[in-house]
Design a protein around this ligand. Sequence first.
Ligand code: INI
Length: 158
Amino acid sequence: MKVNKIEGTYNVSDVRIGVVVSRWNSFITERLLEGAVDTLKRHGVDESRVDAVYCPGAFEIPLVTAKLAETGKYDALICLGVVIRGATPHFDYVAGSATRGISDVILKYKVPVGFGLLTTDTIEQAVERAGTKAGNKGGDAAMSILEMISLSGKIDSM
Ligand code: INI
């Protein structure tokens, strides 16, 4: 193929990352944070370049993410939260509002945001995605922002 292929790498340096961490289900969100920081460190991002900013629950993640994006200090942000379905429709409102709000921030500020919001039916499913049998979605979100920082830089310099 003779197309110009443009894609990000995982090689970024001197980046500053903001991580928004929801305290709701904190025993799981702290594992997501560990996964995210571990991935960033293994790709050369020093911990001193990472700020972890805590909020009460997933519903508050978009506002905190927007305020961090507004500072212009971060190359990328990562959102970490856990919404568990339980038996009420509350899940749909909290998960839907958080997801839509995070998407809005990405497009308003054009900053990469890693989506590490677990939306599961059970606590067990959330635990599986926070460093046990289904990997660590915090780490996955960190990988995605590394690639997006690199890709954004390439697109900006086109
Ligand atoms: N917040 C979560 O992050 N996860 C949940 O599962 C959850 N549930 O189930 O209610 C939750 N609710 C709190 C919400 O995010 C707000 O913090 C709260 O409503 C105050 O605004």
